[in-house]
Design a binder for this molecule. Structure first.
Ligand code: FDA
Length: 407
């Protein structure tokens, strides 16, 4: 092949962070090659947000991210904001809308975001090499060599944007973590996050029976265990959709709390956060007449859920015969249903990977490794993980932009 394989920057990973970085670095006059082993470009973007890509969140703040160093993301998030990305989306003529909670989606399709990124790369002369397997990465003096099944690429800068381990079916690998270790950087243990939780025993039997039932719930994780050995300062909780499934619990509130939950810890669910069950049942009792407790509860919760809870908790009889104290005890259970997950659905379905390249080894303004000049890590491979709701893409754009100003 006559093609020159010497560039200013080699980028590993043609996902959100890698493509955005490459276009920005290209705009600054850098000759950039992006190498990816997958067949299709930007697959995770394509399947994101139910096919409409929740590309940012207008309320993005550093508090919406988990990291061993919560301050690390501040500089990059300030340097490239949701408004900046909205500007790009509008310039590309992509129609968008806010769904809820500041979450912005394409009106039509996530493919529009992929097209926007790829078109921008092309306009900046970025070379994208898909279906190219990385065999070896080495550093010789100040030059990086990336050996692939299509030959060796060389450049004075290497940007690792290979993402996390979630959804291996569409190309996720641990390459970024291996490279970090190869160059002496520490790794915060990766784990699946934004993932459904699984159960065993009686709770599993209950969730199976209720599969498909959903409520708006407020969910929190046990503060004693939510950060492993480190105690959380306050209880983190999320009020969003909550879904019973054949294997356990899911829905946005559960995905959110899965990032905070740790093995052995429990999750507490307020099944009626907006309406006091105590007040509702007392009012129902005052209205008179004969009504079974589970029927009365079924006026506050979905009927199937009320019946199932009543059966498992032994709540029986005519509500008229229930004392205030008994109603109070029932209400407390409904508002504070504590369950212990057996595990999670794992990387197969997790939306992101928690942990990753330890930010202590990276410069927060540039994403460059402190001890290895010319080596950068951006996007999900870094130990910065956003909440559900467009925050992870915003991190991909912001960290990519930061590195692009520095290479
Ligand atoms: P990303 O995973 O996008 O890209 C990494 C690239 O590296 C891939 O193209 C991969 O093929 C390549 N690669 C990996 N190993 C390699 C190797 N060994 N050799 C060569 N190439 C390699 N976030 C959000 O903000 N809003 C949303 O709506 C959603 N929705 C969503 C849905 C689903 C189903 C998932 C799984 C995830 C989301 N996310 C999301 C999360 C979001 O997709 C994710 O955080 C970003 O894509 C991360 O961008 P990166 O570029 O870091 O990795």
């Amino acid at each position: 092949m006559s093609e020159s394989r010497t560039y200013d920057v080699i980028t590993l990973g043609a996902g959100a962070a890698g493509l955005f970085f490459a276009a920005e670095a290209g705009r600054r006059g850098k000759r950039v090659v992006v190498i990816d082993h997958a067949k299709k470009i930007g697959e995770k973007i394509r399947i994101s947000g139910g096919g409409r890509c929740n590309f940012t969140n207008i309320h993005t703040k550093p508090e919406n991210f988990l990291s061993q160093n919560p301050k690390f993301a501040i500089s990059a998030l300030r340097g490239f904001t949701p408004q900046d990305f909205i500007g790009r989306v509008e310039k590309a003529g992509i129609a968008w809308h806010e769904k809820k909670l500041g979450q912005l989606f394409c009106d039509d399709s996530a493919q529009q975001i992929i097209d926007m990124l790829v078109d921008d790369c092309r306009a900046q002369g970025v070379v994208i090499r898909m279906e190219t397997a990385v065999e070896k990465v080495s550093r010789d003096g100040e030059i990086y060599h990336v050996s692939t099944d299509a030959g060796t690429f060389t450049a004075p800068a290497l940007v690792v944007a290979t993402g996390g381990k979630s959804i291996p079916k569409i190309g996720a690998t641990g390459l970024g973590y291996q490279l970090a270790e190869q160059f002496g950087l520490d790794i915060i243990e990766p784990r699946p996050a934004l993932v459904p939780l699984t159960f065993s025993g009686d709770v599993l039997e209950m969730t199976k029976g209720l599969a498909g039932v959903s409520v708006e719930a407020r969910v929190s994780a046990d503060p004693e265990t939510q950060f492993g050995k480190r105690k959380a300062k306050r209880r983190t909780e999320f009020s969003e959709g909550f879904l019973f499934t054949h294997r356990g619990l899911s829905g946005p509130s559960i995905l959110q709390i899965s990032s905070y939950w740790r093995e052995g810890g429990s999750v507490t669910v307020n099944l009626s956060p907006e309406k006091s069950v105590y007040d509702a049942l007392r009012q129902r009792r005052a209205a008179g007449g004969k009504v079974e407790v589970h029927t009365a509860l079924g006026e506050v919760l979905p009927k199937r859920l009320a019946t199932s809870l009543a059966a498992s908790e032994g709540w029986r009889g005519n509500l008229a015969d229930w004392s205030d104290a008994k109603i109070d005890a029932l209400a407390q259970r409904v508002h504070g249903w504590a369950v212990k997950p057996a595990g999670s659905e794992g990387y197969r379905t997790a939306e992101v990977t928690l942990g990753g390249v330890d930010t202590n080894g990276l410069n927060s303004r540039t994403m460059e490794a402190n001890s290895v000049p010319g080596l950068y890590f951006i996007g999900e491979v870094v130990d910065v993980t956003g909440w559900l709701g467009g925050y992870n893409f915003q991190w991909a754009w912001a960290s990519g932009f930061a590195a692009a100003q520095a290479v």
